[in-house]
Design a protein around this ligand. Structure first.
Ligand code: SIN
Length: 294
């Protein structure tokens, strides 16, 4: 029998350089279009758990390479808005403010409110990757708020008010037809509505991999606290939101050409800061499924 040789994925040498503060790490010298061996992958995985936002600069990768790299972290989630999925790559959601021939090419209001991706699902996202395709010359930043910090620094009265409680997360509540003035979100079909039935998650979750507690509510998708009257629920949520996004909890990402950014939706909420509407901004997003929050 002829000898078969297996070529192990080559090891790439790269640096892991934390940014100032608790959130954000830059990976220098790694080319995601090339194979990454298990040891290299383990370093990226650890950086993700420790710093929550991992920045890969100048990545000249194809959509398939983004999908393949994302899949190493878990099962990919397909967004309910099928019209904004990249042709032949349904795992990629096009995030874009570009309108061509009167039709939006992507989801133009993605990230308009602070949120954790797909928190309205039973199995919300572990993390998401955004790969910059076209960036505006002004604005377009993405902000990330550290929800571990938000929990660690939450005043005692608020801690006591939320510990052991759950909250409802809903896609439809914010994005049902008629509520979105910009009209990026078309009416959902009955099949789509069945994919976004509201769910309940603990307000304080434990990260399944780093063991830290984090607040898990956001203005984007959380609608009410289970068991509280509406006015009390609204008031308590407003206080949690305000505390979560205090400036000292926030890292602001200023995009550079071809950045790929991978964040942890179990540790962070995020917000697209927006850019002047005349400037084009397009990114490709993959979303990795996580565990049921506990
Ligand atoms: C998102 O929320 O996934 C999009 C964030 C952004 O466009 O900056």
């Amino acid at each position: 029998m002829p000898a078969v040789s297996f070529a192990a994925p080559s090891s790439q040498s790269f640096e892991v350089v934390p940014l100032a503060g608790e959130v954000g790490v830059e990976i220098i010298g790694l080319d995601l279009s090339q194979p990454l061996n298990d040891a290299g992958f383990a370093r990226i995985h650890k950086a993700h758990l420790d710093y929550h936002v991992v920045i890969f600069r100048d990545q000249r990768i194809t959509p398939q390479q983004q999908v393949d790299f994302s899949r190493r972290f878990g099962v990919l989630q397909i967004h309910v808005l099928k019209q904004f999925l990249l042709a032949n790559h349904p795992e990629i959601l096009i995030v874009s403010n570009v309108v061509e021939n009167g039709q939006p090419i992507g989801l133009g209001d993605a990230g308009k409110y602070w949120h954790s991706d797909l928190s309205y699902k039973e199995l919300p996202s572990l993390g998401s990757m955004l790969h910059a395709q076209e960036l505006p010359c002004e604005g377009g930043d993405t902000l990330f708020a550290n929800m571990h910090r938000a929990w660690d620094t939450l005043p005692q009265n608020l801690r006591e008010a939320v510990e052991g409680k759950s909250a409802v997360h809903s896609y439809v509540s914010r994005y049902s037809e008629g509520k979105n003035a910009d009209n990026w979100r078309p009416k959902l079909t009955p099949e789509q509505l069945a994919q976004v039935v509201e769910v309940t998650h603990p307000i304080v979750r434990t990260h399944p991999e780093n063991g830290r507690k984090a607040l898990f509510v956001s203005e984007g998708f959380t609608t009410r606290i289970v068991g509280l009257p509406d006015d009390e629920s609204r008031d308590l949520l407003a206080q949690l939101y305000a505390h979560s996004v205090l400036p000292e909890h926030v890292y602001r990402h200023q995009w550079q050409a071809r950045d790929m950014v991978f964040w942890d939706n179990r540790s962070l909420i995020h917000l697209a800061a927006g850019c002047p509407p005349a400037l084009r901004r397009t990114l490709y997003r993959t979303t990795i499924q996580g565990d049921a929050p506990f």
